[in-house]
Ligand binder design. Structure first.
Ligand code: HEC
Ligand code: HEC
Ligand code: HEC
Ligand code: HEC
Length: 331
């Protein structure tokens, strides 16, 4: 029934591309994880917010689910909680131990803390009040160099969500029957239950991202959706569920991004649309699709570094409102 999807797509679509450095799907180095209890020694309110999320609950809920046992069975996996394939996206295991301690936790999103945890919070060995501005800047730069994923790097934040929320493993989908990913969108999926803006305002509530921030999340989220979907199509080798789901995803993302670029016209959004020209959504196109995805990544990173959203007002009507937020935020 779905057999000709890819072919039709090929005939009907003139997709577009962008270029950049290799940016393959990477999973975190589990040997460098310290676990959420450590973060919670200082970030109590963030931990409280996290406890209300599916990311927290998946730790106990997923392995017990009938669907999980079915997927594992079809994949020939005996222990879901220690099999790397499931652990990478569903759990946190400290120091690489094969007994996970939590679901998707702080370090799943801010990166494993071993090399940066002391650094980011140490005020350069001084007291908060005596650390100079330049020392603070150097501390943050060092923390990032040591791997910390900070909220101001919108591209990296978005890419990290998509590394899990689009499932790029063909066999896991076709043979295992695992979903091919989530109908993810960065504003609506980050402003609901996942929201934990509870640190910088000293615990006085959990405000939504402001409008400029939402614009950045939205535009970059759509670019990363496109990038990730193209890479996922690149992993397709057989005309089956996985290939069809990912080709649809990429095709829709391309259309949406082109519409968006009609509203937010920057050199970067234009370059993304231009990069889509000539893209073929067909099987066994890994090299070409990764090349296009790399171009898109490069432009999305540039958007993340260069803009603050204040000039992107024309896309406001596209940005999902609070009714679309996924789950309820803490507080
Ligand atoms: C010893 C206390 C302490 C621990 C443990 C700790 N943090 Fe922090 N964290 C801080 C402090 C203090 C700041 C703010 C530093 C400042 O004011 O410049 C901070 C800031 C942050 C920020 C905000 C960065 C930004 O750019 O806005 C994030 C994200 C963060 N920490 C994540 C974590 C994670 C994840 C862990 C566990 C791996 C962790 N922290 C462990 C004290 C800590
Ligand atoms: C690339 C990341 C990724 C991998 C690898 C992965 N999952 Fe998932 N899984 C997800 C995401 C994302 C969802 C949520 C999909 C959605 O939004 O509906 C999910 C949902 C599920 C669900 C349905 C929701 C639930 O908790 O009941 C089950 C069951 C599940 N995964 C089991 C597994 C098992 C077992 C493995 C290992 C064989 C595995 N997953 C590997 C990302 C992944
Ligand atoms: C699903 C991914 C995810 C998880 C899990 C996660 N964070 Fe975050 N965190 C983010 C994102 C995204 C932001 C930035 C939100 C924004 O700027 O709009 C953020 C922001 C923060 C901030 C700055 C908040 C502020 O007041 O502005 C701190 C501190 C932080 N996280 C710590 C933690 C800690 C500690 C944990 C574990 C309890 C954690 N995070 C779990 C993704 C995550
Ligand atoms: C390490 C993998 C991973 C990362 C990184 C990740 N997620 Fe998830 N997320 C999952 C999985 C797996 C589920 C499904 C959990 C379940 O229900 O069992 C999920 C569920 C969710 C849900 C609940 C969806 C529902 O059905 O109600 C939201 C919202 C969400 N994620 C948002 C985000 C956002 C926003 C980011 C990035 C800031 C992010 N996630 C990063 C793996 C991840």
């Amino acid at each position: 029934m779905n057999r000709h999807w890819i072919i039709r797509l090929l005939a009907g679509l003139a997709l577009v591309f962008v270029a950049g450095t290799a940016n393959a799907q990477t999973n975190w180095d589990r040997t460098k994880m310290v676990g959420p209890d450590k973060c919670g020694e200082c970030h109590k309110a963030s931990v409280e917010a996290w406890k209300g999320t599916h990311h927290f609950k998946t730790f106990t809920a997923m392995p017990r689910a009938k669907a999980a046992r079915e997927i594992a069975g079809k994949m020939g996996i005996k222990r879901i909680k220690s099999d790397g394939l499931c652990v990478d996206c569903h759990f946190t295991s400290v120091g690489g131990d094969d007994k996970p301690v939590a679901g998707i936790s702080c370090e799943s999103c801010h990166s494993p803390g071993k090399d940066w945890m002391k650094l980011h919070s140490g005020y350069s060995g001084k007291k908060k009040e005596t650390e100079s501005k330049s020392e603070a800047a150097a501390r943050w730069a060092k923390s990032v160099k040591a791997g910390m994923l900070r909220p101001d790097n919108t591209y990296a934040i978005a890419k990290n969500c998509y590394n899990c929320h689009v499932v790029p493993q063909e066999k896991l989908v076709n043979t295992g029957g695992h979903p091919a990913g989530s109908p993810f969108e960065l504003v609506s999926w980050s402003q609901g239950e996942v929201r934990h803006n509870v640190w910088w305002n000293g615990g006085k509530g959990n405000p939504e991202a402001d409008q400029n921030r939402k614009r950045m999340l939205f535009v970059i989220g759509q670019a990363v959706e496109l990038e990730t979907a193209l890479r996922a199509v690149g992993n397709a080798t057989v005309n089956d569920k996985y290939a069809v789901a990912m080709a649809k995803r990429a095709s829709n993302a391309a259309k949406r991004f082109s519409a968006l670029a009609g509203k937010v016209s920057t050199p970067e959004t234009k370059a993304i649309v231009a990069a889509l020209g000539g893209v073929k959504l067909s099987l066994n196109q890994k090299k070409a699709l990764n090349a296009t995805a790399n171009k898109i990544a490069k432009q999305a990173k540039a958007i993340s570094a260069k803009y603050d959203g204040s000039k992107f007002g024309a896309i406001d009507p596209f940005i999902p409102g609070s009714k679309a937020y996924k789950g309820k935020p803490a507080r």
